[in-house]
Design a binder for this molecule. Structure first.
Ligand SMILES: Cc1cc2nc3c(=O)[nH]c(=O)nc-3n(C[C@H](O)[C@H](O)[C@H](O)COP(=O)(O)OP(=O)(O)OC[C@H]3O[C@@H](n4cnc5c(N)ncnc54)[C@H](O)[C@@H]3O)c2cc1C
Length: 242
């Protein structure tokens, strides 16, 4: 293990144990992490972890040591949190999610980020793919039942989706191929006029969809920047993103 990795492991990152691993669908896993350090997290809905999944694996380049995963569910009193990881990518994150097992130790850093719940609007539109589903579920729960929430959540096949932690499917699921920007823009056009009061959109997942949808809201619909929350989770030309 390199000196940098040793420092990361012992000084920078916190430690947790995998206490539960469940297949949510054919291509997604729920992974529960347990640790006393999780009890100290000052959680904000929309926060995520940087997981040092490649630490200690000499053969991996530095860019493959860390991957980011959103906190889907957290119980600070009991000291656990849940992640939901999609495995379409076939990179080290996907491989780790498939291979990891209960009892394994993981190293993580809590990150608040800025793609977090903002209750300033009356109505919301959620746009994302399988990789961003748990993040959007968390934001949706945090906003509360009194907000109007519409959604364009897409994946092929539909069966790969999983319900939220309470077993419910609060979002409309569309069977669309990756990067279906025309279909998504058409759907946005249909939904936008139905949103009431102050409006906000959360766009996450595939960077190509994030860019196209962001530009559609800004340029075609004339929305203000503060109404458009965008967070690319992955990019077809890159490995990892954060
Ligand atoms: C703030 C943040 C939060 C995130 N939260 C989550 C989360 O909760 N759950 C989750 O599953 N992911 C999440 N991601 C994405 C995650 O960090 C990894 O990018 C993803 O798991 C791919 O990692 P990998 O090592 O398997 O593939 P990489 O080595 O990063 O990529 C390998 C190849 O797969 C492609 N690829 C990457 N992701 C996908 C995908 N979803 N579908 C198709 N192709 C893909 C890449 O473009 C690349 O060509 C998040 C990202 C960010 C920035």
């Amino acid at each position: 293990m390199s000196i940098l990795e040793r420092i990361l492991k012992t000084v920078v990152l916190d430690e947790a144990t995998i206490t539960e691993k469940v297949a949510l669908s054919k291509t997604a896993f729920k992974i529960r992490l347990q640790s006393n350090s999780i009890k100290k997290i000052s959680f904000i809905p929309g926060a995520f972890l940087r997981l040092g999944i490649g630490i200690g694996k000499e053969e991996l380049p530095m860019k493959d040591k860390i991957r980011s995963y959103s906190i889907w569910n957290i119980d600070g009193t009991k000291g656990y949190l849940d992640l939901a990881i999609a495995t379409h990518s076939k990179g080290i994150g996907s491989q780790w999610a498939k291979d990891c097992k209960e009892g394994d130790t993981v190293y993580y850093k809590f990150k608040k980020g800025n793609f977090i719940a903002d209750d300033a609007a009356d109505s919301y539109l959620m746009i994302g793919d399988l990789s961003s589903l748990s993040h959007l579920y968390m934001i949706n729960r945090a906003l509360g039942a009194e907000k109007q929430v519409a959604s364009i959540i897409y994946n092929t096949p539909k069966e790969e989706f999983f319900p939220d932690i309470d077993g419910r499917y609060p979002f409309e699921i569309k069977e669309l191929l990756q990067n279906s920007n025309e279909e998504i823009s058409a759907k946005i056009k249909d939904i936008a006029p139905t949103l009431k009061g102050k409006k906000m959109v959360y766009i996450a997942g595939d960077s190509r969809v994030c860019i196209a949808a962001h530009s559609f809201f800004k340029n075609e619909l004339g929305w203000e920047p503060k109404q458009i929350k965008t967070k690319p989770f992955w990019n077809p030309d890159k490995k990892g993103l954060e």
